[in-house]
Design a protein around this ligand. Structure first.
Ligand code: F6P
Length: 474
């Protein structure tokens, strides 16, 4: 049945998993995108088109937990070329400041085009006349244009969840023009930060040659496209409510006790990704232990690493590297029943995450580059007693809003060590002052406000254009 709102994202909110007994079940998909869009879907009457994970999984549209889902099948070649290849071996490193080296393969690009075409066709099929289609993230940048060709009647929004790089990096892409033109199929292109939107507008002017004025692009066919920042957020009230629940409160106490009731618990929670700076933060912590600034009886680091993209070479190497580092740190500095680092390579449900956030005195989020980082916001939302410290990378989008965190440069190990020490020793008044301000930001700008502002802009985009259209375009 066609819908008035169609969400298109590479992944469905749930991933199909084989259980040990041979049956199949569903598990929440990893990553911030799903966390953010799920409440939007629940609030409206939309349909979500995406990949249910796995290879050659052919399923009919179904309803899960009250959401209408349309699964798209991927073959082994699609997974290799479109997902692991072009999306995560080419685009991901380029869009994250070349933290790893991108690879360019023409077959990967061909696969990216073909899979984007299939997503566009599915969206065209499930949209009512004049419906709104909201396309998400770097895996689907060609969909807006392909979809507009199929269905010019639709209102199309696109949102990029990861950073949009400066021209110097983006221009390395052999298919840079096609990607820009793909995005220009949308009426509104949303970014996390103003910097990303400005990079996009500049590239469109320089590389595609379209006229632009402020945040608008004027296309030769008379259409305009707006590019603007919409910093994403979380369901802050939902997280707080969960954190206040007796079950989570009890579990948080249990976690602290299991860790040996140390004076301070440090926590890191990330997808196991080389952009997240896990290695650098564990090194900074372990050096403080080695130097005797922290004693393992007083300070424990819990690192949760959610398995991710395990078939991609760079991710396998990272996993080995972190395993080795944790083993070495614990071997050198741990005592019986007191590892310096408690390392968990697994994903956990929301309740367990909320308990971990509540159990942690110092949350350490140190990506080399990150679109936003919702973990930082989740931690803040759960600290309803206005306590706890956040150590946050300057290179996470969240740093533009959470100014009261201990902001660090993840490339500067000594700087991170100093911040960890300061957060460890901070007095209650300073913690309260900082956390209260950050909580205000996160509760006022929650995911509902984010989705509502994107949707309002999307429906207003043409009105807006008339209001600001200059007499002569630059
Ligand atoms: O937020 C970035 C993102 O790549 C999402 O698009 C994605 O769903 C999530 O991280 C997890 O990555 P993946 O879908 O590759 O497991």
């Amino acid at each position: 049945m066609p819908h008035d709102l169609v969400i298109v994202a590479n992944r469905l909110p749930v991933d199909r998993v084989e259980q040990p007994d041979g049956t199949t079940g569903w598990r929440t998909s990893p990553g911030g995108l799903v966390t953010a869009i799920e409440p939007v879907m629940r609030a409206g009457d939309g349909v979500w088109i995406g990949w249910p994970g796995g290879v050659d999984v052919a399923l009919e549209p179904f309803t899960h937990d009250g959401m209408d889902l349309v699964p798209l099948t991927m073959s082994a070649e699609d997974v290799e070329g479109f997902y692991e290849g072009f999306s995560n071996g080419t685009l991901w490193p380029i869009y994250h400041d070349l933290v790893a080296k991108p690879e360019f393969h023409r077959e990967w690009w061909d696969s990216y085009v073909a899979v984007n075409q299939r997503f566009a066709e599915a969206a065209a099929e499930h949209a009512n006349p004049g419906a709104t289609v909201w396309v998400h993230d770097y895996q689907l940048q060609l969909v807006p244009r392909l979809l507009r060709t199929l269905r010019p009647d639709l209102r199309i929004g696109f949102y990029l969840h990861i950073p949009f790089p400066p021209g110097e990096l983006f221009q390395q892409l052999p298919w840079r023009r096609e990607i820009l033109e793909g995005l220009l199929g949308a009426d509104l292109v949303g970014f996390q930060l103003a910097g990303g939107a400005a990079n996009f507008i500049r590239l469109v002017r320089q590389r595609v040659g379209h006229k632009t004025h402020r945040d608008l692009v004027y296309l030769p066919d008379g259409r305009t496209v707006r590019a603007a920042p919409f910093p994403i957020s979380i369901d802050a009230a939902g997280f707080e409510e969960l954190a206040r629940s007796p079950a989570v409160t009890a579990r948080a106490a249990e976690i602290r006790e299991a860790l040996g009731s140390p004076r301070r618990v440090f926590l890191g929670v990330d997808r196991l990704d080389y952009t997240k700076g896990i290695h650098a933060r564990l090194r900074a912590f372990s050096e403080l232990v080695a130097e005797g600034r922290f004693d393992v009886e007083d300070a424990v680091f819990v690192q949760v690493a959610v398995p991710s993209r395990e078939q991609v070479e760079q991710y396998r190497l990272l996993r080995d590297e972190i395993d080795r580092l944790v083993g070495r740190i614990n071997g050198d500095h741990g005592r019986i029943g007191r590892p310096a680092i408690s390392y968990l390579h697994s994903s956990y449900p929301r309740e367990e995450m909320a308990a971990l956030y509540r159990a942690a005195d110092i949350m350490v989020v140190t990506p080399y580059r990150d679109g936003m980082n919702l973990v930082a916001k989740e931690y803040v939302a759960t600290r309803f007693e206005d306590d706890g410290a956040l150590v946050l990378s300057e290179f996470a989008g969240a740093a533009e809003e959470l100014r009261q965190a201990w902001l660090v440069n993840p490339y500067d190990i000594n700087g991170m060590k100093a911040a960890l020490l300061e957060a460890y020793a901070a007095d209650e008044r300073s913690l309260t002052r900082r956390m209260r301000a950050m909580r205000r930001t996160v509760t006022q700008h929650d995911v509902k406000a984010w989705a509502a502002s994107f949707m309002t802009e999307l429906s207003d985009v043409h009105t807006h254009e008339k209001a600001v259209r200059p007499a002569r375009r630059s």
